[in-house]
Design a binder for this molecule. Structure first.
Ligand SMILES: Nc1nc2c(c(=O)[nH]1)N[C@H]1C(S)=C(S)[C@@H](COP(=O)(O)OP(=O)(O)OC[C@H]3O[C@@H](n4cnc5c(=O)[nH]c(N)nc54)[C@H](O)[C@@H]3O)O[C@H]1N2
Ligand SMILES: Nc1nc2c(c(=O)[nH]1)N[C@H]1C(S)=C(S)[C@@H](COP(=O)(O)OP(=O)(O)OC[C@H]3O[C@@H](n4cnc5c(=O)[nH]c(N)nc54)[C@H](O)[C@@H]3O)O[C@H]1N2
Ligand code: SF4
Ligand SMILES: [Mo]
Length: 913
C-alpha cells in the first residue's frame, strides 16, 4: 500500500487528501481517499465530492489518443498539426488571430507555460480564462482598493471571527469544509452569528441567525447603507482611515446619496427595515467580522462595485489585516488563485504585472527573453468569443474548460466555434460539448496522474501529486504546450523536463525586479523563497501561503497587518460606488433567472455526472419556481416547463419551492448536452458584462415561462449507453440521462405523438422478450417492454401519458444480477421496488445512500435532531455535507407535524408507516 498526499481537484477550499493505493492498475478500483489530517485547509475533513473522488477514476470515457478531424492519430502528428495550424494562421493573419482560453483547473505550471508561450513568444495577448466568469470582479475590486489582487486574510480567521457575513455565497454546498469550520464556531461560541445575504434561501441559511433575502443586484445599496450607518453611529475607525486609507469622504458621500437612511435601503433592497437594522447593528458592534463573498457578488453587471462596497465597510472599521476580521473572497476552482498569479487573465501579463507599467512589462520581456512580448491587453472571454464569431480570431486552443456549457449566450459560443477554422481542445474525456466542436483533440492527464501545484482561497500553495503512472496516450498539459512551443521553433524557453523546473522559473519571475528596497515597485506576489527548490524539495513541498520571501520564509497568513498596501501611496483606496439603476423586467420576459450550483455536481458534470451516487441527489435538470408563479402559470411539481428568451430555450422539470422570491426562478448551471437535450442554463444568459472586470452577469437573466404538456413520456433503461443517433430515433423534446451504475436511465418526453413503438424498437434493433401494451385510447398510451436474455435484463421501456414511476435503485440492481421470476413479473407491473415500495426521493446522504422519504419517516417517528437521525440511519455521519439539508428537512417536517390537526397527523403517520 502506497500513501500519497495530494490536493482535491474541485473547489477553492483546497483540501489536502491522503490517497492510498495497492497497485498501479489503470482501473483504479482500490483507491482509498481520506482527508489529510495535517493539511491546514481541512485538517482531515472532506466533503461529499472530495470523498467520492475514487469513483471518478479509471479509463472509461477517457480521451486516450489525439484526434484530428475525428480520426485517431499519434502524438507527433497531433503536435505537428497544432504547430502548423498556428504557424499558418500567424503567417496569414498575424499573431493576434490566435488565442487561448484557459482554466482555473489547470495546474500553476500548465498555466505558466501556456501564458508564456502566447504572451511572450507567439506574441498574442489573447489569453483569457474561465476565471473571467468567476473571479474577475474580485480581481478588479482588489486592485482598486489594495493596489494588488490579494486576499488579505486566511482560513484561521474563521476560528477567530464572531460575525460571519456570507454575501452571494452558498458555502454549505460550494465550500463545504470551510462552512463546517464556521458551523463549529457557531455551535461552540455563544456570541457567534451568521448572516446570509442571498435572494434565494439556500442550504447555508439553515445555520444562519439572519437571512437577508434581498432584491437581486441590490448589494451595493445594502453595503452603502452599512457605511452610512457606521458613520452615523460613530462606529468608524478614524485612526485607521486617516493613517492607512484615502478617499473616505467621497465614498461616504456617495453612499449617503442613495442610502442615508434605513428606510431608503429597505425600500431599494426589498427588505424589512428591522432586518436591515439588525444586520447593521451586528456588524457595527462586532469587531471580529468576516465578510465572505463569491458569485452572487462577482457575476453581476456591477460586480466590481459590489466588491468595493464590501471592502469600504471593512476599511472604514479598520477590520482588515487583523485576526478574525476582513473581506474574504472565496475562490471557486482549485487553482483560480494560481491562474491570477501567472497572469492568465487577458488584462494581465504575468506574475501580478499588468500592461499599465512599462518598466515592469519590460522586466517580463527580459526575464523570458521573449522575442514577441504582447504589448497591450487582449480580449476578455466574452470579447474573445465575439472575435471568433467575427472571424478575427481564427485559431483557438481551449484547455480544461467547457465554454459551450459555461459561457453566456452559449448557443452563440457554439456557433462561433463551428465557424472557427482551427479549434484545439485539451481535455481528459472523449466527449464534452466543447470537444464535440474541436478540430484537434488532445488527451490530457487527469487528477491522480498529473503533478504540480495549485493555490487555494487563502493564497496557500499545495502540491497535487500523481498517484498513478500516466495512462498511455495522455500527456500533462504543460508537456503538450512545451512540445507545441518546440515545434513552433521556440526551443529555448520551453525545454522543461518536469513541473518542478517550471515552478522554479515561475517563482524566480515573481522575485525578478521585486526587491523589498523599492516599495513602489514591490509586487504582492512574491515567492522568491521557493525559487531555489530542488526537485526533491519540490516533491516534498508542504502547503505554504504566499508571499514566501526572505522576510517571510515560512509564508504569510495575513497581509496588511502593518497597514501598508500596494498602491502608489501605500494607502488603501475607498472607492465611491453607487447602486446602479434596477432594470425592469420586460413584458415578453417577465421573470428573473438566477443560476448556481448543486451540492453534488461539479460544473459541466464531466466527472461528477458519471458517479451514480452523486447523480442521485438531483438526477434531473430542473427549474425552481415560487408557488405564486406556479399558480399563475398553472404549473404543478414535476411538470415540464419551457424557459425562453431571444437567446435560446430550455425544457426542464418544475420544482415548486418558496426558496426563491416570487417572480424569480433558479436553474442549476451544470447540465450539458451530454446529459440532457435542453438544459444548458447558459443558452439563456445575455453576454452582458461588468464594464470594469468584463465578468458576465450570470445571476440575472430574463425569461418567459410556460407549461409544456407532453403527449407521451417514457423511461428507458439500457445496459449500455445509447449513441446520440439511437436516441434521436425517439424524436423527443425532452431527454435526461442518469447513469445508475449498472445501467443508464433515460427520461424522455415529447409534444408530438409517439411513432409506432414496434417500429421504433426495430430501428434500435431492440427485440422485446417481455411485452405488455395497455389500451391505446386518445392520448392515453401505456406501453411496457423489456428484453431478458439468459436471465439477464438488457433493456426496459415504459411509456405513457404520464411520467412512468418505478423504483430506479431496485431496477439498477436487476441489471447487475440474474433476473428472478418474481422480478420478471414485477418489472412490467409499474410498482416494482423493494416490497413494492417506490422510493425515488432525493438522495440526501450520498455517503450512506439515505433518501429523503426514509428520513421523513424517521422524523415522524420521533427522531427530532440531526444527531438522532445519524444514530438511526447513519445519514450525515461521514463527510457532513448533507447536515444543512437534514436540518432543513427536520425544520420542515416538524413544522408540518405541529401544524397538522390531530387526526390528520395520525393519518399522515399511518401513510408513511
Ligand atoms: N458543489 C459544487 N461546489 C463548487 C462548484 C461546483 O460546481 N459545485 N464550483 C466552484 C466554483 S468554480 C465556484 S466559482 C464556487 C461558487 O460558489 P457560490 O458563489 O457559492 O455559488 P453559486 O451557487 O453560483 O452562487 C451563490 C449564490 O449567489 C446568489 N445570488 C444570485 N444573485 C445574487 C445577488 O444579486 N446578490 C447576492 N448577495 N447573492 C446573489 C445565488 O442565489 C446563489 O445562492 O463554487 C465552487 N464550489
Ligand atoms: N449560468 C452560469 N454559468 C456559469 C456559472 C454560473 O454560476 N452560472 N459559473 C461560472 C464559473 S464561476 C465557472 S468557474 C465556470 C466553470 O465552467 P467550466 O470551466 O466550463 O466547467 P468544467 O466542467 O469544470 O470544465 C472543465 C473541463 O476540463 C476538463 N478537465 C478536467 N481536468 C482536466 C485536466 O487536467 N486537463 C485538461 N486539459 N482538462 C481537464 C473537464 O473534463 C471539463 O471538460 O462556469 C461559469 N458559468
Ligand atoms: S470542500 Fe470538498 S470539493 Fe472543496 S476542496 Fe474540500 S473536499 Fe474538495
Ligand atoms: Mo468559478
Amino acid at each position: 500500500m502506497t500513501t500519497t498526499l495530494t490536493t482535491c481537484p474541485y473547489c477553492g477550499v483546497g483540501c489536502g487528501i491522503s490517497a492510498s493505493t495497492t497497485d498501479n492498475s489503470l482501473d483504479r478500483q482500490d483507491l482509498h481517499i481520506r482527508g489529510d489530517d495535517a493539511h491546514p485547509a481541512n485538517l482531515g475533513r472532506l466533503c461529499v465530492k472530495g470523498s467520492a473522488l475514487g469513483q471518478t477514476m479509471g479509463t472509461t470515457g477517457r480521451l486516450l489518443q489525439p484526434q484530428i478531424n475525428g480520426i485517431n492519430c499519434n502524438w507527433p502528428k497531433a503536435i505537428n498539426a497544432v504547430a502548423e495550424g498556428l504557424k499558418q494562421t500567424i503567417a496569414q493573419h498575424g499573431p493576434g488571430a490566435v488565442a487561448m482560453y484557459l482554466s482555473g483547473q489547470l495546474l500553476t505550471e500548465d498555466y505558466y507555460v501556456a501564458n508564456k508561450l502566447m504572451k511572450g513568444f507567439v506574441g498574442s495577448p489573447h489569453v483569457d480564462t474561465n476565471s473571467r466568469l468567476c473571479m474577475a470582479s474580485t480581481v478588479a475590486g482588489h486592485k482598486r482598493a489594495f493596489g494588488a489582487d490579494v486576499v488579505p486574510g486566511c482560513y484561521d480567521d474563521i476560528e477567530q471571527a464572531r460575525l460571519f457575513v456570507l454575501v452571494g455565497a452558498n458555502m454549505a454546498w460550494n465550500h463545504p469544509v470551510l462552512f463546517q469550520r464556521i458551523q463549529r464556531v457557531l455551535q461552540t461560541k455563544p456570541t457567534a452569528r451568521l448572516v446570509v445575504i442571498d435572494p434565494r434561501r439556500t442550504a447555508s441559511c439553515e445555520s444562519a441567525q439572519l437571512h437577508l433575502q434581498l432584491r437581486p443586484g441590490s448589494d451595493v445599496l445594502l453595503f452603502n447603507g452599512l457605511l452610512s450607518f457606521l458613520a452615523e453611529q460613530g462606529k468608524l475607525d478614524h485612526r485607521f482611515i486617516s493613517l492607512h486609507t484615502e478617499g473616505f469622504a467621497q465614498a461616504l458621500a456617495s453612499a449617503q446619496l442613495q442610502a442615508a437612511s434605513i428606510a431608503q435601503v429597505a425600500a431599494g433592497t426589498d427588505l424589512p427595515e428591522a432586518q436591515v437594522t439588525k444586520f447593521y447593528r451586528w456588524f457595527a458592534d462586532e469587531q471580529l467580522s468576516l465578510t465572505l463573498f463569491s458569485q452572487g457578488v462577482n457575476q453581476a453587471m456591477n460586480g466590481t462595485d459590489k466588491v468595493n462596497a464590501i471592502i469600504n465597510c471593512h476599511l472604514a472599521t479598520g477590520r482588515i489585516g487583523k485576526a478574525g476580521a476582513g473581506p474574504f473572497s472565496l475562490t471557486g476552482q482549485p487553482n483560480a488563485m494560481g491562474g491570477r498569479e501567472v497572469g492568465g487573465l487577458a488584462n494581465q501579463l504575468a506574475a501580478h504585472i499588468d500592461y499599465s507599467n512599462p518598466a515592469q512589462q519590460a522586466l517580463v520581456g527580459q526575464f523570458w527573453q521573449a522575442p514577441n512580448l504582447a504589448a497591450a491587453p487582449g480580449y476578455k472571454a466574452v470579447e474573445l468569443f465575439d472575435a471568433i464569431e467575427r472571424g478575427e480570431i481564427k485559431a483557438l486552443w481551449v484547455m480544461a474548460t467547457n465554454p459551450v456549457v459555461s459561457m453566456p449566450q452559449a448557443d452563440k459560443v457554439k456557433a462561433a466555434l463551428a465557424k472557427c477554422p482551427l479549434v484545439i481542445v485539451s481535455d481528459i474525456y472523449q466527449h464534452t460539448d466543447t470537444l464535440d466542436c474541436a478540430t484537434i483533440k488532445l488527451p490530457a492527464l487527469a487528477w491522480s496522474e498529473k503533478d504540480g501545484t495549485v493555490t487555494n482561497s487563502e493564497r496557500r500553495i499545495s502540491r497535487q501529486r500523481a498517484l498513478y503512472s500516466p495512462p498511455a496516450g495522455a500527456k500533462a498539459d504543460w508537456q503538450i504546450i512545451c512540445e507545441v512551443a518546440n515545434a513552433l521553433g521556440f526551443t529555448q524557453g520551453f525545454n522543461f523536463s518536469s513541473a518542478a523546473e517550471i515552478f522554479a522559473e515561475h517563482a524566480a519571475l515573481s522575485a525578478f525586479g521585486n526587491s523589498a528596497g523599492d516599495d513602489k515597485q514591490k509586487r504582492a506576489f512574491d515567492i522568491s523563497g521557493l525559487a531555489q527548490l530542488t526537485a526533491e524539495q519540490y516533491q516534498q513541498l508542504a502547503p505554504v501561503q504566499w508571499p514566501v520571501n526572505s522576510a517571510n520564509p515560512f509564508g504569510t497568513a495575513r497581509l496588511f497587518s502593518n497597514g501598508r498596501f500596494f498602491t502608489a501611496t501605500g494607502k488603501a483606496q475607498f472607492i465611491a460606488v453607487r447602486q446602479c439603476q434596477f432594470v425592469e423586467a420586460s413584458a415578453q420576459t417577465p421573470l428573473w433567472l438566477n443560476s448556481g450550483r448543486l451540492r453534488d455536481q461539479w460544473h459541466s458534470m464531466t466527472r461528477t455526472g458519471n458517479v451514480p451516487r452523486l447523480m442521485q441527489h438531483t438526477p434531473e435538470p430542473f427549474v425552481a419556481i415560487h408557488p405564486a408563479d406556479a399558480a399563475l402559470y398553472g404549473i404543478a411539481a414535476a411538470d415540464l416547463v419551457q424557459l425562453r428568451n431571444r437567446y435560446g430555450q430550455l425544457l426542464l422539470r418544475a420544482e415548486i419551492s418558496t426558496d426563491q422570491r416570487p417572480g424569480e426562478l433558479f436553474v442549476p448551471m451544470h447540465w450539458s448536452a451530454q446529459f440532457a437535450s435542453q438544459a444548458r442554463a447558459d443558452v439563456l444568459f445575455a453576454a452582458d458584462t461588468d464594464p470594469l472586470s468584463g465578468q458576465p452577469a450570470l445571476k440575472l437573466g430574463q425569461v418567459a415561462l410556460r407549461r409544456v404538456v407532453p403527449r407521451w413520456q417514457a423511461l428507458l433503461l439500457t445496459r449500455h449507453p445509447l449513441t446520440p443517433a439511437q436516441l434521436a430515433v425517439f424524436n423527443s423534446d425532452y431527454l435526461a440521462r442518469v447513469p445508475l451504475g449498472d445501467c443508464q436511465s433515460y427520461r424522455l418526453a415529447a409534444t408530438s405523438s409517439l411513432v409506432d413503438i414496434a417500429d421504433l424498437l426495430q430501428q434500435l434493433q431492440f427485440t422485446p422478450t417481455l411485452y405488455c401494451s395497455d389500451s391505446k385510447t386518445g392520448t392515453r398510451f401505456d406501453y411496457r417492454a423489456a428484453a431478458v436474455v439468459d436471465a439477464q435484463l438488457h433493456w426496459l421501456l415504459l411509456a405513457g401519458a404520464e411520467a412512468p414511476t418505478i423504483d430506479l435503485a431496485w431496477l439498477n440492481l436487476q441489471f447487475s444480477e440474474p433476473l428472478s421470476q418474481d422480478a420478471r413479473r414485477r418489472l412490467l407491473s409499474g410498482t416494482a421496488g423493494a416490497g413494492g415500495v417506490i422510493d425515488n426521493s432525493a438522495l440526501i446522504c450520498s455517503c450512506f445512500n439515505v433518501r429523503s422519504q426514509l428520513i421523513c419517516r424517521a422524523i415522524s417517528k420521533g427522531a427530532d435532531t440531526t444527531a438522532k437521525l445519524g444514530q438511526q440511519l447513519r445519514c450525515g455521519t461521514n463527510c457532513g455535507s448533507c447536515l444543512p439539508e437534514l436540518a432543513a428537512l427536520l425544520t420542515k417536517e416538524l413544522a408540518q407535524h405541529m401544524c397538522l390537526p390531530k387526526e390528520k397527523s395520525k393519518e399522515f403517520s399511518d401513510v408513511i408507516n
